[in-house]
Design a protein around this ligand. Structure first.
Ligand SMILES: NC(=O)c1ccc[n+]([C@@H]2O[C@H](COP(=O)([O-])OP(=O)(O)OC[C@H]3O[C@@H](n4cnc5c(N)ncnc54)[C@H](OP(=O)(O)O)[C@@H]3O)[C@@H](O)[C@H]2O)c1
Length: 359
């Protein structure tokens, strides 16, 4: 498999992650980079400047690429690539219009933005959980009048830590209630400690829109495909509280769950250990071998120690124990810009490519 890809929002935090992840990707090759008019016409090195936040240097291959204007050069970009990854900081309706414009130019869009997450015929895929939602692309193409073009989105990064742990328990035990408190890294706001000094020695108990997304988006992921739409699930009942904490990368969640039929601790641990999804079965290049990694140690998972397990694509879980208000409580961790953003989008693109949606 061989695809030419464009990165829209290449100078941003998520865009930079795409660049490092795709540097040596076996199927996807970076053909071009795009950002706002402020960056257009500059080399990538000039455009990203001091904002480069990755621990490895800017890859040689992209250093001198001249950055395109994602809006003004849209038609040219769409012609030059097989699909685009999109992670931009723009107004919601501008993002919606931009992504639809690319799709209508027959250029599939794999998006990290939230703008289309609520669109009923746009699949929001966590490849291990709901790969079958890709089938809604057929209906979306009919609506857009396209043969190839479509939009597929990634979910919000906060729920990426706890939804994977809850999902494999749902069918057998019936999950009724979930309470999740998240402790979210500053890279989730596109920041570093240099650009966000107020967070040092601090906790901010508010992240705009995050709690609503954390409560709503899992219901789409657990939804069903019916008449060309994803119909959201109506349960479990989810409540979330999301805090920003002084951590560079890695969102942690404290999770409480109640079941219809309460499982034993051993049953939960066995299911987590054995859980495999489509990426593992199809051996996709970015798939972690062990999706859910359980730690027996009381003080794990920790963001600093565990966020990079299996290239930041595994979800770590620990501290499973009974609770006196819910049935169980546990802690989860996922890398927010890898599994939670660029890595999750690359894995979704690999799934869609393997299933033939990029042909
Ligand atoms: N960070 C995370 O962990 C995370 C996780 C999941 C989802 N997301 C989502 O991903 C998106 C990007 O987040 P980020 O953290 O990477 O943001 P960021 O670091 O602020 O980067 C924003 C990017 O958008 C570009 N941009 C801004 N205005 C534009 C315009 N008018 N036209 C084209 N490009 C424009 C910027 O280009 P210039 O440099 O030219 O301004 C830059 O490349 C957001 O929708 C965010 O919600 C982020």
């Amino acid at each position: 498999m061989n695809f030419k890809v464009g990165i829209i929002g290449a100078t941003g935090m998520v865009g930079q992650r795409f660049i490092t992840l795709l540097e040596n990707h076996p199927w996807f090759h970076i053909e071009l980079l795009a950002a706002s008019g402020r960056s257009a016409g500059k080399t990538y090195t000039e455009a990203v400047g001091e904002k480069w936040a990755m621990t490895t240097p800017i890859p040689e291959k992209v250093k001198d690429m001249v950055v395109y204007d994602a809006t003004a050069d849209m038609k040219e970009i769409a012609k030059k690539v097989d699909f685009v990854f999109c992670a931009v900081n723009m107004k919601k309706d501008e993002i919606k219009a931009l992504e639809e414009a690319y799709a209508k130019e027959e250029c599939p869009v794999i998006s990290n933005n939230s703008a289309h997450r609520g669109t009923e015929d746009v699949p929001m895929i966590i490849p291990e959980i709901n790969p079958e939602h890709a089938e809604v692309i057929k209906a979306q193409r009919e609506r857009l009048g396209t043969k190839r073009g479509f939009i597929a989105v990634k979910s919000n990064c906060s729920l990426q830590s706890y939804v994977p742990a809850i999902h494999p328990l749902m069918e057998k035990f019936g999950v009724e209630k979930v309470l999740a408190c998240t402790y979210q890294a500053i890279s989730g706001a596109g920041k570093t400690f240099e650009t966000f000094p107020e967070i040092v020695d601090n906790v901010i108990p508010y992240i705009g829109g995050e709690e609503e997304k954390s409560e709503k988006e899992p219901l789409k992921i657990w939804g069903e495909l019916k008449d060309g739409k994803i119909v959201n699930a109506t349960s479990p009942l989810i409540t979330a509280q999301c805090f920003r904490v002084p951590v560079s990368d890695g969102h942690t969640a404290a999770v409480f769950v109640s079941f219809k039929n309460k499982p034993s601790k051993e049953e939960i641990l066995k299911i987590w250990k054995e859980y495999k999804g489509a990426p593992q079965e199809l051996e996709l290049p970015s798939a972690p071998k062990q999706f859910l990694q359980y730690f027996e140690e009381d003080d794990r998972p920790q963001a600093k120690l565990d966020r990079n397990i299996e290239g930041g694509m595994s979800v770590s879980v620990g501290r499973l124990r009974e609770d006196n208000m819910f049935d169980y409580k546990f802690a989860c961790l996922s890398h927010n810009t890898l599994r939670g953003a660029a890595g999750g989008a690359v894995l979704m693109a690999e799934l869609l490519a393997k299933l033939g949606y990029m042909n």
